[in-house]
Write a protein that binds this ligand. Structure first.
Ligand code: MN
Length: 492
């Protein structure tokens, strides 16, 4: 029986050089990196499959139910894939499979077998290896432990060594993911370009009477039209006070005249994603209160982007953002002053309670350490991240309770690590009480206003590139674009 040829969609070069580097860094460790698994949505319907990021980074192999083994100790088979076997009937239902043959021919494996051959093969391959690289906590835990323990009995009788330890290979991988290769920079730029065009369309498409969902549809239509495989994360299209919910994804409310619309959404391209947020008035004109909040957030965003350069410690960006945002919030009357005190006591966290940015890449919150030995990691050329300050004045914040306790984010993080999150949270609430609390009235005109502005920054040899500046941020430019009409139709 002749099986249809599996159509390759990309070359393997970029994965080959990553594998070579990974193998080099593994030393004596044999590493096992499992693929993602399909997740049931309901009954016999699955969620759309998207490959595990670490697995994809090394293999480019798009199917579920696969395992990649990296064995630097083997001369000819240091990269072995275990994959689903070809099955005409199953493929007719659920899509094409590469099979072991395709895994070798089209995905560059030195050897490949079907996934059910993994356990016996792996047990044999453990002979003479000193450690296993595997990330505990995944669905293959039991099989890895079983392979090691069952090999141990024979190894003791026959007197050959098998691995005595399991180590997490993610640290090596995540350091590799942190600094982008030329290919990744190209793909990230394209993801940013596509995302930016989608945001521009959303700005033109939104108007009073349309819904969050309709704006989402217009934007995602643009993403797909321009070749994006999928969104990089669930689109947040939050009108009015929904903008004060950080991960609002219902996207099912009508847009009202006078509301702001916050959109945090982006397209994925070749498995790299952008991450853009813009906030704009649905009717095309900022109210005085909306404008005042927006200007503070924009000033903070630009101030942070301005300092981006090789050598800047990552944590300096958040400090700068907190300085500008807090000064602005005190000026607006959202917080009591002086700004120094509002920072030292963490009062700004009433309205700005997330980080200023995160690494960006294969994952929207990409891999890699933010600190080294407790200190902010210096930026280097090839790193990509977001800058995304915000102010969220939820409708229920008409009166806020502030404390005189000194706020120390690092100490709280350590407490959370040592005591668990709920105990640490309770202790902090008690410390706030003990230091003395007071109420503060928030001006009513700001209630229900949520603003975030987010761009994507790539560090270059001599500074930075803003990859998402195609989407306007200044008040004049935003209002001008919202005033333009989208060419896309509205149905119903
Ligand atoms: Mn983000």
């Amino acid at each position: 029986m002749t099986l249809p040829v599996y159509a390759p969609t990309m070359t393997n070069d970029r994965y080959a050089h990553r594998r070579a580097e990974f193998l080099d860094q593994l030393g004596d460790t044999i590493a096992v990196i499992p693929a993602g698994q399909e997740q049931i949505r309901n009954d016999d319907v699955e969620h759309a499959f998207r490959q595990n990021s670490d697995f994809f980074f090394l293999t480019g192999f798009p199917e579920p139910d696969a395992i990649a083994v990296f064995d630097p100790g083997h001369d000819t088979e240091s990269y072995v894939l275990f994959v689903r076997e070809r099955d005409v009937e199953m493929e007719a239902w659920n899509g094409r499979r590469a099979g072991p043959e395709g895994a070798v021919e089209r995905f560059g494996a030195d050897a490949a077998h079907t996934i059910d051959e993994f356990d016996a093969w792996f047990r044999k391959r453990l002979r003479g290896r000193t450690s296993v690289g595997y990330t505990l906590g995944g669905s293959y835990d039991a099989r890895i432990v079983q392979a090691i323990t069952s090999a141990k009995a024979s190894a003791e009788r026959l007197g050959f060594p098998i691995p005595a330890s399991v180590s997490d290979p993610r640290h090596i991988l995540h350091e590799m993911r942190l600094v982008k290769s030329p290919f990744e920079i190209d793909a990230l730029r394209e993801a940013c370009r596509i995302s930016a065009i989608g945001h521009r369309e959303a700005m033109k498409y939104a108007s009073p009477g349309r819904t969050e969902g309709q704006v989402q549809a217009a934007m995602e239509y643009v993403f797909a039209s321009l070749g994006s495989e999928r969104v990089g994360y669930g689109s947040i299209v939050a009108g009015g006070d929904n903008a004060c919910i950080l991960h609002y994804v219902e996207n099912d409310q009508p847009l009202n005249d006078g509301d702001l619309l916050l959109i945090d959404a982006a397209a994925e391209f070749h498995h790299l994603t952008a991450d853009i947020t813009r906030t704009f008035p649905v009717n095309g004109t900022f109210s005085a209160a909306q404008r005042a909040v927006y200007e503070v957030v924009l000033e903070a965003e630009q101030a942070v982007i301005d300092i981006c350069a090789p050598g800047l410690p990552f944590t300096d960006m958040h400090e700068r953002s907190v300085e500008v945002l807090t000064a602005g919030m005190v000026d607006l009357g959202l917080l009591p002053g002086p700004a120094d005190e509002a920072i030292a006591k963490g009062w700004y966290r009433e309205f700005f309670f997330h980080g200023t940015g995160h690494w960006l890449g294969v994952d929207v919150h990409d891999a890699g350490d933010y600190r080294i030995d407790g200190k902010g990691r210096p930026l280097v050329s090839g790193m990509a991240f977001t800058v995304e300050p915000g102010i969220y004045v939820a409708p229920e914040k008409g009166s806020i309770s502030l404390s005189h306790a000194e706020y120390d984010a690092d100490a709280l993080a350590v407490a959370s690590f040592e005591l668990g999150a709920s105990k640490a949270k309770a202790d902090w609430a008690q410390a706030r009480e003990d230091a003395g609390m007071f109420d503060f009235e928030v001006p009513e005109e700001f209630l229900g206003i949520g603003v975030r502005i987010e761009d994507n920054i790539l560090i270059t040899d001599d500074g930075y590139a803003n990859l998402t500046d195609l989407v306007p941020v200044s008040i004049a430019d935003v209002e001008a674009l919202v005033a333009e009409r989208s060419e896309l139709p509205i149905f119903g």
